[in-house]
Design a protein around this ligand. Sequence first.
Ligand SMILES: Nc1nc2c(ncn2[C@@H]2O[C@H](COP(=O)(O)OP(=O)(O)OP(=O)(O)O)[C@@H](O)[C@H]2O)c(=O)[nH]1
Ligand SMILES: [Mg+2]
Ligand SMILES: [Zn+2]
Length: 368
Amino acid sequence: MIFPVNPTDLTKHLRVSGYNCILLAYDNIFNYDYHMQGQVYKIHSDFYYVKSLNDIYTCKLKETLKKQKENVVVGDFVELSEDNNFILNTIKRKNLILRPKVANIDLALIVSAFKEPELDFIQLNRYITFLNYYKIPYVLCFNKEDLEIDLANLQDKIDRIYRNICPNIFYISAKEKLGIDALSDFLKGKTVALCGQSGVGKSTLLNSLNSAVNLKTSSVSAKTQRGRHTTRHVEIIDCADFKIIDTPGFSNLKFDFMLPDELINYFPDLLKYSGNCKYSDCLHDVGDKGICSVVDNLDKINDIRYKSYLSFLEECRDYKEKISKKSIKEESSKKQTGSKTFTKISKQKRISSRNTQKQRIKYYEDHD
Ligand SMILES: Nc1nc2c(ncn2[C@@H]2O[C@H](COP(=O)(O)OP(=O)(O)OP(=O)(O)O)[C@@H](O)[C@H]2O)c(=O)[nH]1
Ligand SMILES: [Mg+2]
Ligand SMILES: [Zn+2]
């Protein structure tokens, strides 16, 4: 069969021949508004560094996106303008963490050090709870096993606390490159966010995982035993088989966004005992025998995990108190007249009446 050359004739011909599906494809090819897609790797002031195929484009946000107050964050997949200078849209996210701002994470790698800085289980539980809240899977990684420590004893303790809530635990030395291959295999194909206190060796680990990157690292302060917050911005780094997001932002997490009764949902090892509490609003923190089924089962719950729960519960309580005070304040700033509610305007912000303004002018004239 010979096709007519003119596209209109081609369309007619296809329609007559009943080839509607070919027509549809033809329409899609010629009328599709094609925009290149990429992922935001880094943000610096107003510039967004977007990786598409093998190139990095430096883009700005399209005005319409700015007006919508749409926040574009590292990890976002975006659509670019034809000249690749602007971000037009973000593509639906798989997940989004607000502090630090990162999107589309497959896995979080929680790094702790056996020593220097001291192993802090409450901080580790803080990360775990936070990631459970965001439904982001995680693995635990204990670094600096080359230092002088009682490794067997510590591993045994870690196993006892975490085996039942996190099956993937890695013991490594980023500096001596011990245990790196097994970890690297596990990360294959994933976009991985690194989290952990300053100084535990996140950047050193990243350098070991991928010798092509060379991130700045700093020694832990001998005096305070703390890191120096060497990593200062969020950035995606391409490794051979996976992507890593190095971020400074996980250092001061607080549960200042969660209500007390929500917290138990992110402690699976406590939640499983919470079904038989006497009162439905039980917060599982006090109670005589038979009142709280979590308290009744404390002999089966690890004490550091329960201690962490109680400590975070206080932060959630503070948050609840803060928002209830705020709503009382908002309430008192409203004025009810008949069926209508008006917002009271503070004295400084209120526009003075015309009479007051006239009197003021008169006052200034008299005192000039
Ligand atoms: N002995 C030993 N030291 C290590 C190891 N990994 C890292 N360090 C040292 O720990 C210090 C801190 O390492 P960094 O990689 O900068 O730590 P970080 O977690 O990236 O710290 P921030 O960027 O501040 O969050 C450096 O002096 C590293 O050389 C390790 O496996 N063994
Ligand atoms: Mg670092
Ligand atoms: Zn209870």
